[in-house]
Write a protein that binds this ligand. Structure first.
Ligand SMILES: C[S@@+](CC[C@H](N)C(=O)[O-])C[C@H]1O[C@@H](n2cnc3c(N)ncnc32)[C@H](O)[C@@H]1O
Length: 269
């Protein structure tokens, strides 16, 4: 049987949705970034970023999409900023947004696993937000990239959807929702309905593949890479735009989390 090239399939699927997303948000983002200091980040993630202190720091974003989050961090006072993403079309949107807002950020089209070694140890902070980790077939390899990008004492910041949501179907409106999948699934999930999580409209699409990673996988992979966990908070609010209705159920589930970790002393990478 032919082996699926998950990364290439995902590049095509993200390229396919890029113009569909741009139609819905690019002009509005171009307008918003005309305001000096504009940030699209919510208050919950802004606070720990203030605590880490991004001022004058070098920041990388993995899976930066259209760049709006990294441009916001730059507007918080960061210095050298680089966004990495596999989608040629989203990188083009990020570059357009940076150019029209006159914000100096670099955006590079690359598979995360292939980020050039010239970026090793260049960053004080690696920022990862909603919907990045699930596209990584190999979590250990992903954290190895984070570890090599960070300077000594650098931070990784993750604000993501809680993996417990992998157990449920997104259109389940029941209270309580039905358990649909095992939390311990490890197989790739194939999605052929498109990636338009703004309008939630389905379309017949190039297949995309995402990978369930448990909360303990994320935490243990930090530990394996000598990333000392500084903060781990679970929240009852949804950041996916898909599970918003779960905020209203009676017995609350963790819907999102923030994890920060710092490169340990004596790390040799
Ligand atoms: C859900 S989006 C991230 C969204 C981002 N947090 C935001 O809100 O704009 C996921 C991104 O991961 C990127 N991606 C998926 N697999 C990747 C890989 N192997 N290397 C680099 N980027 C990848 C996609 O192109 C897409 O832009």
């Amino acid at each position: 049987m032919k082996k699926i090239n998950y990364i290439e399939a995902n590049r095509l699927a993200w390229n396919e949705v890029a113009p569909i997303h741009a139609e819905q948000n690019q002009q509005e983002l171009i307008q918003s970034f005309q305001k000096p200091g504009y940030s699209c980040l919510d208050a919950i993630e802004t606070q720990p970023l203030i605590e880490i202190d991004v001022t004058h720091k070098a920041v990388a974003q993995l899976c930066c999409n259209n760049g709006r989050e990294l441009l916001s961090i730059k507007n918080m006072g960061a210095d050298y900023c680089v966004g990495f993403d596999i989608s040629d079309n989203f990188i083009a949107q990020a570059q357009e947004l940076a150019a029209t807002s006159h914000i100096d950020c670099e955006f590079l089209q690359t598979d995360i696993y292939n980020i050039p070694i010239s970026y090793n140890r260049k960053f004080d902070l690696v920022y990862i937000s909603i919907g990045a980790i699930c596209w990584m077939p190999d979590l250990t390899g992903f954290f190895a990239v984070i570890a090599r990008l960070l300077k000594p004492a650098g931070y990784v910041f993750i604000y993501d959807m809680h993996p417990i949501l992998n157990m449920f179907l997104e259109d389940d409106q029941q209270d309580p929702p039905q358990l649909a999948n095992s939390y311990f699934n490890t197989e790739a999930n194939k999605d052929e309905n498109g990636l338009d999580y703004y309008s939630l409209k389905k379309y017949s699409a190039a297949p995309a593949y995402w990978f369930p990673h448990k909360m303990s996988d994320v935490i243990n992979t930090c530990i394996q890479h000598d990333l000392n966990i500084k903060k781990f908070i679970e929240y009852p609010h949804d950041i996916s735009g898909i599970f918003g209705h779960f905020e209203k159920i009676n017995n609350k589930l963790p819907l999102s989390y923030i994890l920060t970790a710092q490169v340990g002393q004596g790390q040799e990478t």
